[in-house]
Design a protein around this ligand. Structure first.
Ligand code: HEC
Ligand code: HEC
Ligand code: HEC
Ligand code: HEC
Ligand code: HEC
Length: 326
């Protein structure tokens, strides 16, 4: 906090405060303390307090972010329900967080009391401890004068909130970390600040590959985590991924689907081990084939919560395979 407060304080001495903009007069400052640093003669210096301030100049990024799970982190009905409308105070730290640079990259973020509709926002990620904007490179000529910051551009930034259930550690142990393929490469590549993931069917389909074989009289089903840079599923303990199989009748209908395997990290009070599938790992399960069955169908279901049934909105059918058993 110190840096920001001191920086702003100095600048205020040198200027007049007008509706969030600070008009600074006098000689350029060279002492490097935040807003004051950018206070060159006659230049107006912004105090960055809300994502609204970035909108008009960064409309495209704003549109990607707006409606994303970062933006809705505090208003998300699912989160409000489970946090009892944030009466469980612990939940606010990551869902309505202060700027990460203040608490420290990789350290658990702290809650804020402002901008409830902006959840995890431009300020959370881009505002440096000294009140300037962080980016991947220095751009002193841009109106917001972003400065390069290695932590900002790295996985350490995400770790502040995303290592609660070891997603960041899972990534660090994967081949992607060795290759230097980061969270950003997979989650910001196509949709930028939308950070698409488990609510996006295309992303979910990119994670797993299901193969089905008939071998030694048994039905063998294998899932390969070919595309998630961490466990599949990861993070939220709600998530579940099911392989189901069934034997169609003459009309092609399956009367009963049976679960062959569930990939999931159980709730803390739920018995069982973590069966999530690590990056690049394969898991095979086999099932007995009943007398007279001619074909088998196998499905891969993703569930946003473990109670969701086939056909619910929280369930997504990722793949369906059919093979002959002759
Ligand atoms: C008055 C317009 C204006 C405002 C307000 C503004 N920016 Fe910028 N910003 C720019 C321009 C122009 C660039 C340079 C873009 C370029 O040349 O590609 C830029 C560049 C950036 C970059 C670096 C882009 C890159 O390609 O590396 C980041 C990050 C950034 N802005 C973040 C923000 C954030 C966050 C806010 C709000 C807190 C903000 N900006 C507010 C105009 C603005
Ligand atoms: C350490 C940071 C952190 C804390 C504290 C935290 N969360 Fe989260 N939460 C996250 C992250 C990161 C995600 C996104 C990962 C994911 O979707 O699996 C998330 C996602 C969620 C989701 C899924 C939302 C959806 O639409 O799918 C729910 C629900 C949720 N959190 C509820 C809570 C509740 C309830 C609490 C308090 C008991 C809480 N969180 C505390 C970081 C946190
Ligand atoms: C969860 C953290 C996070 C949030 C929230 C966030 N950014 Fe970013 N932003 C990043 C990261 C990380 C990069 C660098 C991306 C990369 O590696 O290419 C970036 C890149 C940028 C860039 C340059 C590249 C581009 O896509 O044009 C701009 C401009 C930018 N952000 C503006 C914003 C604005 C405006 C907001 C709010 C509407 C915002 N960011 C919200 C983390 C974030
Ligand atoms: C200050 C905390 C915080 C930081 C920093 C942060 N996130 Fe998040 N992120 C969250 C929370 C909270 C959610 C879930 C919000 C919800 O669903 O309500 C989330 C959700 C996500 C999702 C899931 C979106 C979806 O639709 O399921 C992805 C992917 C993600 N973040 C990636 C990243 C990456 C990559 C970074 C680093 C560049 C990052 N986040 C930085 C808190 C954070
Ligand atoms: C090689 C690409 C790749 C990399 C690298 C990667 N991810 Fe993912 N991520 C995915 C895919 C694909 C999914 C969708 C499948 C799933 O939910 O596991 C996903 C899902 C997620 C989710 C959604 C979890 C949920 O249940 O809502 C979060 C959060 C997330 N990733 C965060 C991260 C973070 C943080 C990093 C960096 C430490 C990272 N990812 C690195 C590909 C990647």
């Amino acid at each position: 906090m110190n840096g920001a407060v001191r920086g702003v304080g100095l600048a205020v001495i040198a200027g007049v405060f007008v509706g969030g903009w600070l008009w600074v007069r006098g000689e350029p400052e060279t002492n490097g303390t935040g807003a004051a640093h950018a206070a060159t003669a006659g230049v107006k210096v912004k105090m960055w307090q809300s994502s609204q301030q970035c909108k008009s100049c960064h409309q495209k990024v704003w549109d990607e972010w707006y409606g994303s799970h970062h933006q809705i982190a505090y208003t998300n009905p699912e989160v409000r329900r489970l946090s009892e409308d944030f009466r469980i105070k612990d939940c606010q730290a990551c869902h309505l967080p202060r700027q990460v640079a203040l608490t420290g990259f990789g350290k658990r973020s702290l809650p804020r009391q402002t901008r409830p509709n902006e959840g995890v926002d431009c300020i959370t990620c881009h505002l440096a401890a000294d009140g300037t904007i962080m980016g991947k490179r220095d751009m002193p000529k841009a109106p917001c004068a972003p400065k390069a910051n290695a932590d900002f551009a790295s996985v350490n930034m995400c770790a502040s909130c995303h290592n609660q259930h070891q997603t960041t550690d899972q990534w660090r142990a994967s081949k992607y970390a060795k290759e230097g393929k980061t969270c950003h490469d997979c989650h910001m590549g196509k949709f930028g600040h939308g950070f698409n993931a488990a609510h996006d069917t295309a992303m979910l389909r990119a994670a797993g590959e299901l193969t089905v074989e008939f071998a030694a009289g048994e039905l063998k089903m294998t899932l390969f985590n070919k595309g998630a840079g961490h466990n599949f599923p990861t993070e939220e303990r709600h998530r579940a991924l099911d392989i189901e199989y069934g034997f169609p009748d003459a009309k092609g209908e399956v009367a009963t689907w049976q679960r062959a395997y569930r990939f999931r990290q159980p709730y803390r009070d739920e018995p069982g081990e973590n069966t999530q599938l690590p990056a690049m790992a394969k898991k095979s399960v086999s099932a007995k084939v009943p007398e007279g069955a001619e074909r088998a169908k196998v499905r891969l279901w993703y569930r946003l919560n473990p109670f969701a049934k086939n056909g619910d909105k929280a369930s997504t059918l990722l793949e369906e395979k059919e093979i002959s058993l002759r």
